[in-house]
Design a protein around this ligand. Structure first.
Ligand SMILES: [Zn+2]
Length: 335
């Protein structure tokens, strides 16, 4: 079989990826409103770490990831340096309609964070929406995994935990709608540090490597109740940031995860350090350009590597195999 050149391969592949990365409907249950670009972290919050309306983030485009992989470059290359993005329109996602983007999240937007449980629930819900907005994710997952051995494919599916995350999102929505906040546990940590980072993620935590491996192998099956939400963001008052953790009260597993860190017993500096490390590993991270420039190249490298670890699993899907499916897919997509 004639080998396809890089250019012949990459175009159709990226076209397919774009087609499979879409959402046309407001994520609020039952709403069919027209989408606007929504911020996952409010623009007013990003403003607190921005420089002339810009922040830094790690969010390489599919095109850059695929190009990097196909050129055989070090997988870490595209993540090595953060990119500069405008806080108004460069960092929006197809999450909600105009009405819901404003009214549903009103408590998060205007008066700053005041440790209300409703705000905690909204932060968690928004993080879960960010993780699950792509309405065609299941097709995209099938496309990316189609060339994998079935067992490897299952491992990836467990890693992504798509259905579980969607279920957790719905559960958070129900809590907000019914104001049944008793279902949530949270830990709010106020830190007197110069704001430099804003990040958020809903994810399934692992207490140790064994647990992660057991999940990979299907011995442990995480459930929606195992999802935790982590947010770290600057407060409306300068020199103060909040770290907010929330989880479903009935999750024994997450309670044990939180307890394992002994957060209440850590010295202040150790606590701050630990939360920084946790913050920089989240899948959505924005940092202050001024702060970034103040770091040594070594420290910049450390932070970037934390982001790389988070993204490598996805990037691996591009780099080993997959050509057959990607070329076959041309059939209904080429124009
Ligand atoms: Zn809506």
């Amino acid at each position: 079989m004639e080998e396809l050149s890089y250019g012949q391969f990459i175009g159709p592949h990226l076209k397919t990826m774009k087609r499979l990365t879409q959402n046309n409907q407001c994520l609020i249950t039952g709403c069919t409103g027209k989408l606007i670009g929504s911020h996952v972290i409010a623009e007013s919050v990003l403003e607190r770490i921005a420089e002339k309306g810009h922040v830094l983030t790690w969010d390489p485009a599919d095109a850059d990831i695929a190009k990097n992989a196909r050129l055989g470059l070090d997988q870490k290359t595209v993540y090595q340096q953060p990119t500069c993005v405008g806080i108004r329109s460069d960092v929006t996602y197809p999450l909600f309609c105009d009405e819901h983007d404003g009214s549903f999240f009103r408590e998060l937007e205007h008066r700053g964070f005041s440790c209300q449980i409703e705000q905690v629930a909204l932060l968690a819900y928004r993080a879960a929406c960010y993780k699950t907005w792509n309405a065609r994710w299941e097709e995209k997952q099938e496309y990316l995994l189609s060339s994998k051995e079935p067992e490897i494919g299952m491992q990836y599916k467990r890693l992504f935990s798509w259905e579980i995350m969607v279920e957790a999102r719905q559960r958070l929505y129900d809590i907000i709608e019914t104001k049944d906040y008793q279902q949530l546990s949270c830990k709010i940590i106020s830190l007197n540090v110069t704001p430099f980072i804003a990040c958020t993620e809903a994810f399934i935590p692992y207490i140790d490597g064994n647990e992660a491996a057991h999940t990979d192998n299907g011995i442990i099956s995480p459930k929606a109740e195992d999802v935790i939400a982590f947010s770290f963001f600057p407060d409306i008052h300068s020199n103060k940031s909040f770290c907010v953790l929330s989880w479903f009260r009935d999750s024994q597993r997450v309670s044990e995860f939180i307890d394992s860190y002994h957060l209440d017993q850590l010295a202040k500096d150790d606590l701050v350090q630990m939360l920084y490390v946790a913050a920089i590993q989240r899948s959505l991270v924005y940092v202050s350009p001024i702060w970034w420039r103040s770091l040594s190249p070594e420290l910049q490298g450390q932070f970037s590597r934390a982001q790389i670890a988070n993204a490598l699993a996805v990037q691996n899907l591009f780099s080993d195999g997959g050509e057959v499916q990607e070329i076959d897919d041309l059939g209904d997509d080429a124009s």
